[in-house]
Design a protein around this ligand. Structure first.
Ligand SMILES: [Zn+2]
Length: 522
């Protein structure tokens, strides 16, 4: 028997690049997706879901590149089945993920199908996929709100049709731990052939139960858990990979289960994903938050010094948490940088390290000490700038003060080298800059959120500006980085405007054919 198939082995199915990326504003570009995929492979996840190949030609290319370059995990993809198989062809091990809603509310209001039709469509898609791929996962979307008898029937028919993994999602985060574990137990007791497939769960966190529900299901016999790094995902997010993995490890006495995850890399992968998506991790986040291992109160500190386990159930080094924040400076060499990047979880090509090194030297002229946070930020912006941009900032002057209205003058450079200028007044210098950019580019977007955050400590710290805007019903997020926050704001807004313009171009290409069985997302 394969070492991965013993009864106590839980398969970790990561969906950061699909469900995680579906979180409003979390979209990643090609370079960022590849970075995350590499970090996940090195973390040791068993299956990695990488997106929808039909979402756009860019997505297709990203999936295909990951399938070709990233070794280790099974690469899974959702249908359109034919497009999925085409994009996945270069991956040595790949899986097609077929899904259809089964709950009464979805059957009646979304699918307008009878129970019998749901069974027919689901089994048809599974059979079609199975004829072309050995590894087929079926998800009964909104399973947690499906009548138990009907769910039992659907799962049995899906297994007969050839599904090799059966996934039971709590799509809307409605279940409670004991009840959800009960569903899994019921299926194991009543579905013919259930022992021949992997039983999986996929829980959302709308009521804060995603990790608890997943653990309850594993206790009841599920052996695959679908999760994301930092718990990102639609709405309140998914089951957090680092939490479920560390719960199984720390309470092995209770669960008796194990995963193949190299837990020492959890913190570094968490940073890579936070950097790529722009979703900062809360300081008090379990396992990977900055304060997860910090102790302020005197009594706690005293206890910690006598014996760490008085107040810690995990060792910081087991999740790769490092209290030391190695500082690089003007005189640090390429070697020190390469080592630090590797420690932080980044796997870069030599020419990418060269670029980071160049940027680092430039930054070291403005700033004495370079912290890990500076490196994270540099990398994010480097990958962003790798994408083709229609407009670039050529120059910027902003004036603010008492007695004069805030104003700005901005010059943008177009891709064909033309320089366009505009000047404006505004409520503040940042507002004036945004107005200039709007006038030059003709892209009008509604600002929904604007935040400035120091990426590291100190008076000369770099500020990272994040802007979130809405444009024609879509949310876009842009980031800018500089020791000057007006400049960082301009970069962030320009990134958003470039994304909107790129999206417009993309949508002008003819629409992809409707996928056969894409009826939502679990
Ligand atoms: Zn989901």
């Amino acid at each position: 028997m394969d070492a991965n198939e013993t009864a106590d082995r839980v398969l970790v199915f990561d969906t950061t690049l699909r469900d995680g990326e579906q979180a409003p504003g979390a979209s990643m570009n090609f370079g960022q997706k590849l970075q995350v995929a590499r970090a996940l492979a090195s973390l040791g996840v068993d299956v990695m879901e990488v997106g929808f190949p039909v979402a756009s030609p860019g997505d297709f290319q990203a999936v295909e590149t990951i399938a070709r370059q990233v070794e280790g995990p099974v690469i899974a993809l959702r249908p359109d089945i034919d497009a999925a198989l085409k994009a996945l062809a270069p991956a040595p091990r790949h899986r097609v993920h077929v899904f259809l809603a089964t709950s009464p509310i979805h059957r009646e209001h979304k699918l307008r199908m009878t129970p019998a039709e749901v069974v027919r469509v689901a089994t048809g898609a599974i059979e079609y996929a199975r004829e072309r791929c050995q590894d087929v996962e079926f998800s009964a979307e909104d399973a947690a709100r499906t009548e138990l008898d009907f769910l039992t029937e659907v799962v049995e028919r899906a297994i007969e049709a050839g599904a090799t993994t059966i996934n039971i999602p709590d799509t809307v985060g409605y279940a409670m731990p004991a009840q959800f574990g009960g569903i899994i137990r019921h299926l194991r007791e009543h579905v013919r052939g259930i022992d021949g497939v992997v039983l999986s769960v996929h829980c959302h966190d709308d009521l804060g139960m995603a990790v608890a529900n997943s653990l309850s299901a594993l206790e009841a016999g599920a052996r695959q858990v679908e999760c994301t790094i930092n718990g990102i995902g639609e709405r309140a997010g998914n089951c957090s990979l680092e939490e479920v993995v560390m719960a199984l490890r720390t309470r092995h006495d209770l669960f008796g289960l194990r995963t193949g995850v190299r837990t020492q890399q959890l913190c570094s992968v968490s940073r890579v994903v936070a950097g790529a998506t722009g979703f900062h991790v809360a300081r008090n986040k379990a396992v990977v938050g900055q304060n997860a291992f910090a102790h302020e109160s005197g009594i706690h500190q005293h206890g910690m010094i006598s014996h760490a386990q008085t107040y810690e159930v995990m060792r910081p080094e087991d999740v790769g948490f490092k209290s030391t924040n190695l500082v690089l400076g003007k005189h640090s060499g390429r070697h020190a940088l390469t080592a630090r990047l590797r420690d932080l979880g980044y796997q870069l090509e030599p020419e990418q390290v060269d670029k980071v090194f160049e940027e680092l030297k430039r930054l070291a002229d403005k700033k004495k000490e370079i912290y890990d946070g500076d490196l994270d930020a540099l990398l994010v912006h480097l990958f962003q700038n790798g994408t083709s941009r229609r407009w670039q900032l050529a120059s910027l002057n902003a004036v603010s003060g008492t007695g004069t209205p805030p104003s700005a003058a901005v010059s943008l450079l177009t891709r064909d080298g033309r320089k366009l200028d505009e000047a404006a007044t505004g409520d503040g210098p940042v507002d004036a800059v945004f107005k200039c950019i709007e006038r030059i580019t003709g892209v009008k977007a509604r600002l929904r959120d604007y935040t400035v955050e120091n990426v590291t400590a100190g008076e000369d710290a770099q500020g990272e500006v994040v802007v979130v805007v809405e444009h024609e019903g879509r949310t876009y997020r842009g980031r800018g980085l500089s020791t000057d926050i007006v400049l960082a704001s301009a970069e962030a807004y320009l990134e958003v405007v470039n994304r909107i313009a790129a999206g417009r171009l993309q949508r002008k290409t003819p629409p992809e054919p409707e996928p056969e069985v894409v009826c939502g997302a679990v």
